[in-house]
Design a protein around this ligand. Structure first.
Ligand code: NAP
Length: 245
């Protein structure tokens, strides 16, 4: 079995890559920095690849065939809130995921798994019900999702996002978007298993030192989803159980 993990050089991504490698999976450990890709791969016995999910040339150079699992782990939670933060957050957490997934999809084996590392900040309380329903609309397709995210960006730019209940959090909206993308991809590709995972609050550079979980605990559900044979698709999981969002 072969798995690609994005952002494998540290935090939850490193642990996902390490746990998969420990289970005998051939892991393609990707990182933005060539040195960190090499170092990470060396530590866990993986194959190094350089990948910046926001760089089309870098994504196009991802030359991995016969992929059993793709774990879209790379993500950012930026400080502050303005339209620039929204753009930079969505560029990694949503558009980067779409770019990498589209590049890998034609090289996935039948029954392959795509795992999105999402967040509890996408849960039920993330958006007011009318907005959440727009992300959860069963008829929502990729274009519709992109339009919703553009609407958020536009309303943040003109200062009106709060009027319609959009939160002042680019991260939150990006992870709700990622959960919606998970459902859309699951519908588009019934031959694959496409699921999202909430790792919990994890002690990484992003989660900080006071978080309740170790990276190993945070990696558990994404690894479980990456290894599943058959099983659910289009879902959002926490602690290996379906979670509401
Ligand atoms: P982290 O320690 O900050 O690691 C983030 C990883 O993403 C790093 O490897 C980073 O690479 C990579 N990355 C950022 N931008 C990238 C880009 N443009 N292209 C490729 N890689 C990029 O964070 P973490 O806590 O492990 O988070 C991993 C995932 O879990 C994220 O999706 C995050 O949203 C999610 N999550 C985390 C928590 C938590 O409590 N920690 C909770 C819920 C969800 P560099 O080293 O090059 O920056």
């Amino acid at each position: 079995m072969r798995a690609i993990v994005t952002g494998a050089n540290r935090g939850i991504g490193f642990e996902i890559a390490r746990q998969l490698a420990e289970r005998g999976v051939e892991v393609v450990a990707t990182a933005r920095s060539p040195r960190e890709a090499e170092e990470t791969a060396g530590r866990i016995g993986a194959v190094p690849r350089v990948l910046d999910v926001t760089d089309p040339a870098s994504v196009a150079a991802l030359d991995v065939e016969d992929v059993d699992a793709l774990v879209n782990n790379a993500g950012v939670a930026l400080d502050g809130f303005d339209v620039e933060v929204v753009r930079r957050t969505l560029a990694v957490n949503v558009h980067g995921v779409i770019a990498v997934t589209d590049a890998v999809l034609p090289r996935m084996v039948e029954g392959g798994r795509i795992v999105m590392v999402s967040s509890g900040s996408a849960d039920e309380a993330s958006l007011p019900a009318p907005l959440r329903q727009r992300f959860q609309d069963p008829a929502l397709d990729r274009d519709g999702l992109l339009r919703l995210l553009e609407e958020f960006e536009r309303k943040v730019a003109d200062g009106t996002h709060g009027r319609d209940g959009w939160p002042s959090s680019a991260y939150r909206v990006s992870k709700v978007g990622l959960n919606a993308l998970t459902r859309i991809l699951a519908r588009e590709r019934p031959d694959l298993r496409v699921n999202a995972a909430c790792p919990g609050w994890v002690r990484t550079r992003m989660g900080g030192p006071n978080a309740s979980r170790s990276p190993a605990e945070g990696a558990d559900t994404p690894v479980w989803l990456a290894l599943q044979q058959g099983g659910p698709t289009g879902g959002f999981f926490r602690d290996r159980k379906p979670a509401r969002w």
